[in-house]
Design a protein around this ligand. Structure first.
Ligand SMILES: Nc1ncnc2c1ncn2[C@@H]1O[C@H](COP(=O)(O)OP(=O)(O)O)[C@@H](O)[C@H]1O
Ligand SMILES: [Mg+2]
Length: 221
């Protein structure tokens, strides 16, 4: 169907440890354009594993995933269609904020020179997340809340269709969590993105269109 951006069918995943950890035991999920889905579940339930699989960062044992024009390679799909927000930010600490935000464009081999489209978009996004004044600061000089705001700008840089966010406020205090939730949800709406967010935060989950609970490798019915 035309308005489906991501579809997963009957995903199974185990980690080949001595005790063969079965993490996902038949996960199916459909994400539509402009839709937001929250994935909740206790720590260790497999939320990160699932997001990484959906984002083509991790392999799986069986099942199917289709993401828009799936004829592309995983690298192309990631570059073009997916923006990631990680719990622990994953910024390069010795680069400036502006450089960090430009990395998705660099990986996609876009021009990032000072008057390029990517550069202009980075400035716009930095402004939207309230970090214009911090653009030349090294990532390591920023607070946790500022770092996570920067990762939202980075995730939107290449104008992807899908944003995957893994516990985006998991390392933040209450006030900064609220700021991140608002920014994330507002940006997703403003730019017509689809979102899957793993979270323990009921407030954030309640801002999404759907909530799925992951338990024992399956979504609770
Ligand atoms: N690379 C790995 N090798 C072996 N076990 C892993 C690996 N990654 C995650 N696990 C295990 O898989 C389970 C699910 O992990 P994860 O997806 O990180 O859960 P969540 O994000 O819900 O806390 C945990 O028990 C974790 O220890
Ligand atoms: Mg996790």
């Amino acid at each position: 169907m035309k308005d489906i951006v991501l579809q997963a069918k009957n995903l199974h995943k185990s980690y080949k440890t001595p005790d063969n950890l079965q993490i996902l035991k038949g996960i199916s999920l459909t994400l539509k354009k402009n839709e937001s889905i929250a994935i909740m579940g206790s720590s260790g339930a497999g939320k990160t594993t699932l997001l990484h699989i959906l984002g083509t960062l991790e392999s799986f044992d069986s099942g199917e995933i289709s993401i828009l024009d799936s004829a592309c390679s995983d690298n192309e799909i990631r570059n073009k269609h997916i923006g990631f927000i990680f719990q622990s930010y994953n910024l390069l600490e010795d680069l400036t904020l502006l450089e960090n935000i430009l990395i998705p464009a660099l990986i996609a081999r876009k021009n990032i020179a000072s008057k390029s489209i990517a550069n202009k978009r980075a400035f716009l996004l930095l402004k939207e997340v309230g970090l214009t004044k911090r653009k030349n600061h090294l990532a390591k000089e920023l607070s946790g809340g500022e770092k996570q705001r920067a990762t939202i700008a980075r995730a939107f840089l290449n104008d992807p269709d899908i944003i995957l966010a893994d516990e985006p406020s998991g390392n933040l205090d209450f006030e900064n969590s609220k700021i991140i939730h608002k920014l994330l949800i507002e940006s997703v709406k403003k730019y017509n993105k689809s979102l899957i967010v793993a979270t323990h935060d009921k407030k954030l989950a309640s801002l999404c269109d759907k909530i799925f609970y992951l338990e024992n490798g399956k979504f609770l019915k």
